[in-house]
Design a protein around this ligand. Structure first.
Ligand code: BTN
Length: 254
């Protein structure tokens, strides 16, 4: 059922038939004073954006495209935890309500059957070392068919292609927002360590040798864990473990 619990994130919920990008619109609305929890959802984006300057595309009315405005009292060091929370919210919702067991490819791609199911683009502004607002944008492949997915430049999956039936996007949105509300509260109440463990259980790269691009540098090592604030713990040659924060980082190989 597409209903938000009282006090849940996702209110006000603003729907667009078409918009350039829900993340761009959320930033405009946040600048104009939109409250914590506001959510923008679109049937179609003419300029959907992905991480690392990529585009994000989906046929009209098929994917779940939304951006959530958050105004958490968070220092900059912990802002990337929001990425982990939203990826976990998507996984929890799919598991609980759809019996779908998705995984997370650090920092925040959601994978199903070894292919990308959802992407997350988090953007934030800060003032005096604290987050002013964050925009958490999610693009989840829901009802795209296999033929359309095959035309993308990386292996992609949709819920419909994986399960053989169409999904109701409004219901899914309400479920994801409900999970995100719970996770956000858990995190703010000091549950970061436990959530990092849940994240690790969902991780596709835990225990694997990975290559990470961090700005100009390329680092290689073993993914040995995740810190509560979202950093990847990378064990490099010699056994030294260091946190890799996912500001401008991408996984090259895993
Ligand atoms: C990625 O995988 O690179 C992140 C993709 C994020 C796409 C979503 S769709 C809704 C929101 N609006 C955007 O323009 N981007 C995000």
């Amino acid at each position: 059922e597409a209903r938000l619990a009282p006090g849940s994130l996702g209110l006000p919920l603003i729907h667009f038939d078409e918009i350039d990008s829900t993340n761009l619109e959320a930033r405009r609305q946040a600048e104009a004073g939109a409250p914590h929890g506001a959510c923008l959802v679109a049937e179609h984006q003419s300029a959907g954006r992905g991480r690392l300057d990529r585009r994000w595309q989906a046929p009209k009315g098929s994917a779940l495209l939304f951006s959530l405005i958050l105004r958490p009292s968070l220092g900059l060091r912990r802002v990337f935890a929001l990425n982990n929370l939203i990826s976990l919210a998507v996984c929890r919702a799919l598991q609980k309500h759809g019996g779908v067991d998705a995984a997370i490819k650090w920092p925040n791609d959601v994978y199903l059957e070894g292919k990308k199911l959802a992407g997350v683009l988090t953007e934030f502004t800060s003032r005096a070392e604290a987050v002013e607002y964050a925009v958490v944008g999610v693009g989840l492949n829901v009802n795209q068919d296999a033929q359309w997915l095959a035309g993308l430049d990386q292996p992609a999956m949709s819920l419909a292609a994986a399960t053989g039936h169409a999904w109701n996007r409004a219901t899914l949105l309400a479920q994801i927002l409900g999970e995100m509300s719970a996770l956000h509260e858990e995190f703010m109440a000091g549950g970061g360590e436990e959530l990092a463990r849940e994240y690790a259980r969902r991780s596709l790269i835990l225990g694997l040798e990975v290559t990470v691009r961090e700005g100009q540098a390329v680092r290689r090592g073993k993914a040995v864990g995740f810190a509560p604030e979202g950093a990847l713990l990378l064990e490099e040659e010699g056994g030294k473990v260091s946190p890799i924060h996912h500001g401008d980082v991408s996984l090259l190989d895993w």
